[in-house]
Design a binder for this molecule. Structure first.
Ligand SMILES: C[S@@+](CC[C@H](N)C(=O)[O-])C[C@H]1O[C@@H](n2cnc3c(N)ncnc32)[C@H](O)[C@@H]1O
Length: 225
């Protein structure tokens, strides 16, 4: 098997069945479409969250009646925007990134979509922001976390999010297939090794129930017991 055939976001995947599922499910607002178009023109545009993943996040947030979301890794703001659109008027997305250059792009679209009042942007290394939220007494107050920042720190973010998420809440990890490289024995870059290790840990972690989905570049859903 060529691992590059699997583990691709829909906007990079030529599989006709993937195309079919996208054509029969993706519902983006005009603002979401514009944000995706602008982002995909950028040099690092492929970091954009896959629409099928972001829409599943939205549906999960709605299904659990989520009010507070952690978005770890904002980039140009697509995951923050989709979460904010799924939340009620008094909902909060805490958006964590180190880059003002990227998140300034997102700010324009959050404003245009009329959801900027729900977004709390934290510009700092995500582990510092998560620790600040824990120290500020926000333990077990969040409903949903989307982890999509630096892969080597995913396990740290997991442990911190487990503290911040309520029982019954969900932690979603993006890119858990690493474009198929998780099963390529020759692939040993630190990000791939970190994700492989995390996948093994999550498989055996009795604090959560788990679903590992082969959509986008792999999405692992952890349901906190
Ligand atoms: C894959 S992109 C996020 C994509 C975004 N979730 C979306 O839906 O388009 C990863 C982001 O993580 C950010 N990042 C990398 N290391 C970080 C860190 N230590 N703390 C916070 N953010 C970080 C990068 O600046 C980048 O914007």
């Amino acid at each position: 098997m060529n691992p590059r055939v699997s583990g691709l976001k829909s906007f990079e995947n030529t599989d006709p069945l993937v195309k079919y599922t996208i054509e029969h499910s993706i519902r983006q607002t005009d603002v979401q479409k514009k944000l995706s178009e602008e982002t995909l023109k950028m040099k690092m545009g492929a970091m954009l969250g896959a629409p099928e993943v972001l829409q599943l996040n939205q549906n999960l947030i709605r299904a659990i009646g989520g009010k507070k979301v952690l978005d770890v890794g904002v980039f140009t703001g697509a995951s923050t925007l989709s979460a904010a659109l799924a939340l009620p008027e008094d909902g909060e997305v805490h958006a964590l990134d180190t880059s003002m250059e990227f998140t300034d792009i997102g700010k324009r679209y959050w404003e245009e979509a009329g959801v900027a009042h729900k977004v709390h942007l934290h510009i700092d290394p995500a582990s510092e922001t998560l620790q600040r939220l824990i120290d500020a007494g926000q333990r077990e107050t969040f409903d949903f976390a989307f982890i999509d920042a630096d892969k080597e720190n995913y396990d740290n973010y997991y442990e911190q999010c487990l503290v911040l998420i309520k029982s019954g809440g969900i932690i979603a990890f993006d890119n858990t297939l690493q474009s198929g490289r998780v099963i390529d024995a020759e692939a040993n870059r630190p990000n791939i090794v970190a994700i492989r290790k995390l996948n093994e840990k999550l498989r055996d972690d009795s604090r959560i129930n788990i679903s590992f989905l082969k959509i986008g570049d792999g999405l692992t859903l952890c349901f906190k017991k």
